[in-house]
Design a protein around this ligand. Structure first.
Ligand SMILES: [Zn+2]
Length: 282
């Protein structure tokens, strides 16, 4: 089927007690790996393109590749702008056929985050797309001790209701001890905070910084109400390890590198589609 907005799938996931992953892709080989995993597991899935990729000259060609590549899949697949920087970037993504857009105003003053998210959500809805925002701020795992254990940047549950109402956003990324990249130290996740936010709003909740948890921790955050998990670092680490292995091959070749990248995406994506409970839900 053609690319679709993931919003209906997120509502199904929230109701059914599972989560739909967003896997970040940076090239066609990675896309092929995720497509193989989706075919194998029959799961809804999101391909995420990071905002920085919009500075590449080939972003339009990449979007077209993804559109063609998923066309014959039976499972619903969405193409999403990840960590969008501005209203203009959201517009560009929608013009390129992206089905969902995130605007990340988590480092802005609250009023500014609300004002821009509102505009992005309106634009997305006109295009039949879903809009995601971030309230609180999900930091980097490399500096985890400076915020994670100290609860800095955690989402304020009191602010959530007003934020959602004033912006009209469709799904919300929250900060509860999760972090982007590898965690330096043990992740301390505040599951009570997730539950408290869940009680405040009925839109799907999103966890960024999904790498580095145990399979049990994923099941826990999902049972507390997370319906979308952004996952990249774990795939990056697995792909890198496989490529280093390929370099040590008796007869190294470019094709062994590309195969290593594709396989890492296919295997890790299939694994997490299973762990998150999305497998078989298409
Ligand atoms: Zn993120």
């Amino acid at each position: 089927m053609p690319l679709v907005s993931i919003l209906p799938e997120l509502y199904k996931a929230a109701k059914g007690g599972y989560a739909v992953p967003l896997f970040n892709v940076f090239d066609p080989i990675a896309v092929d790996g995720v497509v193989a995993a989706v075919e194998e597991t029959r799961a809804p899935c999101i391909l995420g393109v990071y905002s920085g990729c919009f500075r590449d000259a080939n972003i339009a060609a990449f979007a077209a590749y993804i559109r063609e590549r998923v066309r014959n899949l039976k499972a619903p697949v969405a193409l999403m702008l990840d960590h969008g920087e501005s209203l203009d970037q959201a517009r560009q993504a929608l013009e390129l056929g992206f089905t969902d857009v995130m605007f990340d105003g988590s480092r802005l003053p609250l009023e500014e985050n609300i004002a821009i998210t509102l505009q992005v959500a309106r634009l997305a809805h006109e295009a039949g797309a879903g809009a995601e925002a971030e309230l609180g701020h999900v930091g980097q795992g490399s500096t985890y001790s400076e915020f994670g254990a100290k609860r800095l940047g955690f989402t304020d549950p009191q602010a959530v209701e007003v934020f959602v109402r004033q912006t009209g956003v469709d799904f919300l990324a929250i900060a509860f001890g999760n972090a982007h990249g590898d965690y330096a130290g043990e992740p301390c996740l505040d599951l009570d905070l997730v539950r408290a936010i869940r009680r405040k709003v009925d839109i799907p909740l999103v966890m960024h910084g999904g790498s580095g948890l145990t399979d049990d921790q994923y099941r826990q955050v999902i049972s507390c109400g997370i319906a979308k998990i952004n996952y990249f670092t774990g795939i990056n680490n697995a792909a890198t390890a496989r490529m280093v292995q390929a370099a040590a091959d008796e007869k190294p070749s470019m094709f062994k590198f590309t195969a290593a990248l594709r396989q890492a995406y296919a295997e890790r994506a299939a694994h997490y589609l299973q762990v998150f409970g999305a497998a078989g839900k298409a």
